[in-house]
Ligand binder design. Structure first.
Ligand SMILES: *Cc1c(COP(=O)(O)O)cnc(C)c1O
Length: 222
């Protein structure tokens, strides 16, 4: 099946409350256009340069989600290009995003990335760190930058019980945070979890947003 058919069949399969982010990193503008023609409007990229080049050549109503590790010197550019930054993984990064979105007067949604896997190669806050950051920034109340949710990546393992456990715990934490800090704030409404290999489990465990790359576009050639 091609990209077009993959998007159509995912849209039929995914529950209505789950948003699809088509992760297009390393894939061509042509293939992204194919996904767009099938109805995809949310795309995920992990590198600034790639995002700049693609955004210029693609329809303006695409909403770009930045999902890669982001360096502070690239924040201004990424804030100007992206709708959502899903990979906010340090306090310094969050404060830079606040600063740049204010200065550009550009709205941006931030997700705090939580380290939920048992691997130490991935970025993200611990649960404790995440709550501490929220306590500190909850009153910052920027007009342009909002905290829209949490993002997490499960361990890259065949042990689906472990994956389920990691997603389940993140969902519990998400509900606790929503109840405690965002009860009256509708911006905080997304839990981004699930990739090509584990999205069905993520949805069962309460994901509202899945980030799917290879299942749509095939394998990436780095
Ligand atoms: C690459 C990437 C994905 C997509 O991975 P697939 O396994 O191809 O679906 C999802 N989330 C993040 C953060 C990524 O970097």
């Amino acid at each position: 099946m091609g990209v077009f058919e993959n998007i159509i069949s995912l849209n039929e399969k995914l529950p209505k409350h789950v948003k699809l982010i088509a992760v297009s990193k390393f894939h061509s503008v042509d293939r992204i256009n194919e996904a767009y023609r099938a109805g995809a409007r949310f795309f995920g990229e992990s590198r600034m340069q790639e995002l700049i080049e693609k955004k210029n050549k693609l329809p303006a109503d695409i909403r770009w989600h930045f999902i890669g590790h982001l360096q502070r010197n690239k924040v201004r550019e990424v804030v100007s290009l992206a709708d959502t930054i899903e990979s906010v993984d340090s306090e310094r990064l969050l404060s830079e995003i606040l600063k740049q979105s204010d200065s550009l007067k550009k709205r941006v949604r931030c997700f705090l990335q939580i380290h939920i896997s048992n691997e130490d190669t991935k970025y993200g806050f611990s649960y404790e760190e995440c709550e501490a950051i929220l306590k500190k920034y909850i009153s910052a109340n920027s007009e342009y930058c909002c905290i829209g949710g949490l993002m997490g990546m499960a361990s890259n393992t065949d042990d689906m019980q472990e994956v389920r456990k990691e997603f389940g715990r993140l969902k519990e934490f998400y509900e606790y945070i929503k109840e405690t800090y965002f009860k009256t704030d509708d911006d905080f409404s997304d839990l981004s979890m699930g990739m090509s290999g584990d999205y069905t489990i993520a949805i069962e465990e309460g994901s509202t947003m899945v980030r799917l790359g290879s299942i749509i576009f095939g394998n990436r050639e780095y």
